[in-house]
Design a protein around this ligand. Structure first.
Ligand code: CMP
Length: 225
């Protein structure tokens, strides 16, 4: 199976095309639609996934039913590896936000793969370290930044994954509802809406349903600091 996007995932980094092709062809492909759940937080996990197309949100739920999004992943990103490296339950629920194609690899196959190709482990560690950096930053933002600052940062982060250059700036088709965007920022829907309305009034963004056009990236970057 020829698949440049999947092959861009850390799982295949540094391998020649033939070797990675062997692994990709051993992976099962899944077609999913918005709302499908791949697994729930707390369940035992025995496989990891690479996104080929679409968007997957990773969320956690508090005892009183509130939800928080850890990340929204897109093409070429991997998830479901934590319960392999640290055997235990899934640390988040994975739900499809935009119709998706993902490929899955059983943990047992991955372990065999890592034994044969130790260099892959190094790339996986790097991916984990990058994720930890990002999580540390998000944690610091929750403590130190105000909601508009966090909204600006979330939009910029989403734009690096899902942004597309247009004449006016960058169009980010995030496919998130207002509620999901608020869960990603870690604030109420009302506060996040207020921040977005303020950005729109200043001419920094334009809202288009489940997309937003970033009209003034510089200002947003300054607001995100
Ligand atoms: P696992 O715990 O098996 O299942 C949930 C997955 O969500 C987890 O593996 C990671 O792949 C992913 N995940 C957990 N926490 C984060 C995070 N902070 N940022 C991005 N992805 C995460």
């Amino acid at each position: 199976m020829e698949d440049d996007i999947v092959l861009a995932a850390p799982l295949f980094a540094g391998l020649d095309v033939e070797t990675s092709g062997t692994l990709v062809s051993a992976m099962k492909q899944l077609h999913l639609v918005r709302g499908d759940t791949l697994f729930h937080e707390g369940e035992p996990g025995d496989r990891l996934y690479v996104v080929r197309e679409g968007k997957i949100k990773l969320g956690r739920r508090s005892n009183d039913g509130r939800e928080n999004l850890l990340a929204v992943l897109g093409p070429g990103e991997m998830f479901g590896e934590l319960s392999l490296f640290d055997p235990g339950p899934r640390t988040a629920t994975a739900t499809v936000v935009a119709d998706a194609e993902v490929v899955e690899l059983g943990h047992a196959d991955l372990v065999r793969w890592l034994q044969d190709k130790p260099s892959v482990a190094q790339h996986l560690l790097q991916a984990l370290a990058r994720r930890l950096r990002r999580t540390n930053e998000a944690l610091a933002d929750l403590v130190f930044s105000d909601v508009p600052g966090r909204v600006a940062k979330a939009l910029l982060d989403l734009s690096t994954r899902f942004g597309e250059k247009v004449d006016e700036g960058v169009r980010v088709a995030h496919d998130l509802t207002q509620e999901e965007l608020a869960q990603l920022v870690g604030a109420s829907r009302e506060t996040v809406n207020k921040a977005l309305a303020d950005f729109a009034a200043r001419g920094w963004v334009r809202r288009e349903g489940r997309a937003v056009v970033l009209l003034d990236v510089d200002r947003l970057e300054r607001r995100a600091r």
